[in-house]
Design a protein around this ligand. Structure first.
Ligand code: PLP
Length: 427
């Protein structure tokens, strides 16, 4: 059978006719069309934090849809769910005098944040501040600016000239960031965009002082700090936006995914009052000529409000932090597997298992071979450039984590390398 569905980030020549069709989901598990259960080891694509099948989110969306399914928020038009969700997010965010600009996902949030940063400096008369600094392994979606600033080279290559002016700074090296600032000229830098823990680029955990150091460097040079909390937000690091763990108050926060846990598409940018001021102070002075059709979509915002209720009622935001050590302990034994280069876990409820270079050289598309083997063992994980990532729903329990580790170990053992896997010590 052949497909007409073009899958994102996929080798369609290989996928065509070989799709894995998901049929339904409940809690931390999804089911294929034959009814077989799989642990949702990456919360779909790092977003289903509250778990699947939450009837109250469905009901909230349905109620809103029956009343006012959609209406634009352009000019002076608003709707109650968008107003309420903006209030709640602004109150929760570690951003001073926050305003909230809605879109439909993470990529448009990033492009909004980069455009806003540039427009802010234009409005302030610092016309030279158009440069954006990001960092290695950062993933910021696939729109124009997000593609330009990504720290994952294969995602940046092959498009010809990309929009904007930007530099990718080193991952863990604060001196390297200072060097980038000096080389570019800090007075030319509009913003620094950073995920506190890089997700899709490999789950790279923060080193001591890096995020705080970047924040301080930005403050010293007047560069706007944009925290991309698309993955790190909504409990993934045990706080609402991830950045609270570093005691940093950024100028903007981009969010998506967990805000609705994916029940409906929604994203946006939380913007400080200072950055918003050029557009919020003097009537008739300035209009931000930017915004997607579905900004403030009432049904998506109603789903967001119901999702926030679930987080609050079940204390799921803190649970992301409580689960970080159990996840670390479940996966740490894989470190001694001969095919494993490194297990990165222990900060937030997400982790990566990176393969040895020999394995990457010896098995074509090894991360995908591993994830398919884990799937055979009843667990869905996410492929990375050099391994697999996990970020289960925040409702996962110890048994789920044991199953996750076991399925990955089984997948590793099944990798078709010539050398047999040596028996584990004591086995
Ligand atoms: C950190 C980060 N920023 C931005 C995005 C883009 O979000 P979306 O795919 O909703 O456009 C993603 C998606 O995975 C992400 O992980």
């Amino acid at each position: 059978m052949s497909t007409r569905l073009w899958h994102p980030f996929s080798d369609m020549a290989a996928v065509d006719g070989n799709e894995f069709v998901v049929d339904r989901a409940e809690g931390a598990y999804v089911y294929d069309e034959a009814g077989r259960a799989y642990l949702d080891g990456c919360a779909s694509l790092w977003y289903c934090n509250v778990g699947h099948g939450r009837q109250e989110i469905v009901d909230a969306a349905m109620r809103q849809m029956s009343k006012l399914e959609a209406y634009s928020c352009f000019a002076d038009i608003a709707n109650r769910p968008a107003l309420e969700l903006a209030d709640r997010l602004a109150d929760l965010a570690p951003v001073d005098d926050a305003k909230v600009f809605f879109g439909s996902g993470g990529a448009d949030a990033i492009d909004t944040a980069v455009k806003l940063a540039r427009a802010y400096w234009q409005a302030r008369g610092e016309h030279q501040r158009v440069h954006v600094v990001s960092r290695e392994t950062g993933y910021h979606g696939t729109h124009g600016f997000g593609t330009s600033i990504t720290g994952i080279p294969p995602n940046r290559d092959g498009w010809g000239v990309l929009p904007g002016e930007n530099t990718v700074a080193p991952l863990h090296d604060l001196d390297g960031v200072e060097k980038v600032f000096a080389e570019v000229g800090p007075e030319r830098i509009a913003a620094f965009v950073i995920e506190p823990v890089t997700g899709a680029g490999g789950v790279h955990l923060p080193t001591d002082g890096y995020v705080e150091g970047v924040a301080e460097l930005c403050r010293r040079h007047g560069v706007l700090l944009v925290i991309d909390a698309v993955i790190c937000g909504f409990g993934r690091l045990g706080t609402w936006f991830g950045i609270e763990r570093f005691g940093v108050r950024p100028d903007m926060i981009t969010f998506a995914k967990g805000v609705t846990s994916g029940y409906l598409p929604l994203g946006g940018v939380i913007v400080s009052g200072e950055v918003a001021a050029p557009w919020w102070t003097t009537p008739g002075e300035r209009t931000l000529r930017h915004g997607p059709t579905y900004s403030g979509h009432p049904t998506c915002c109603a789903a967001g409000l119901a999702t926030l209720d679930v987080y609050e009622r079940e204390n799921l935001i803190a649970r992301g932090g409580e689960l970080e050590m159990p996840l670390f302990e479940a996966l740490a034994p894989l470190t001694s597997h001969p095919y494993v280069h490194e297990v990165r876990a222990g900060f937030g409820f997400l982790a990566a298992v990176e393969l040895e270079q020999d394995v990457l050289d010896g098995v074509r598309d090894a991360p995908n071979v591993l994830l398919r083997a884990a799937r055979k063992n009843g667990v869905l994980v996410r492929g990375l450039g050099k391994g697999v990532a996990v970020s289960p729903p925040l409702i996962a329990n110890d048994e789920d984590l044991a199953l996750l580790a076991e399925a990955i170990r089984g997948g590793l053992d099944a990798l078709p390398l010539e050398a047999p896997v040596p028996a584990a010590p004591g086995a």
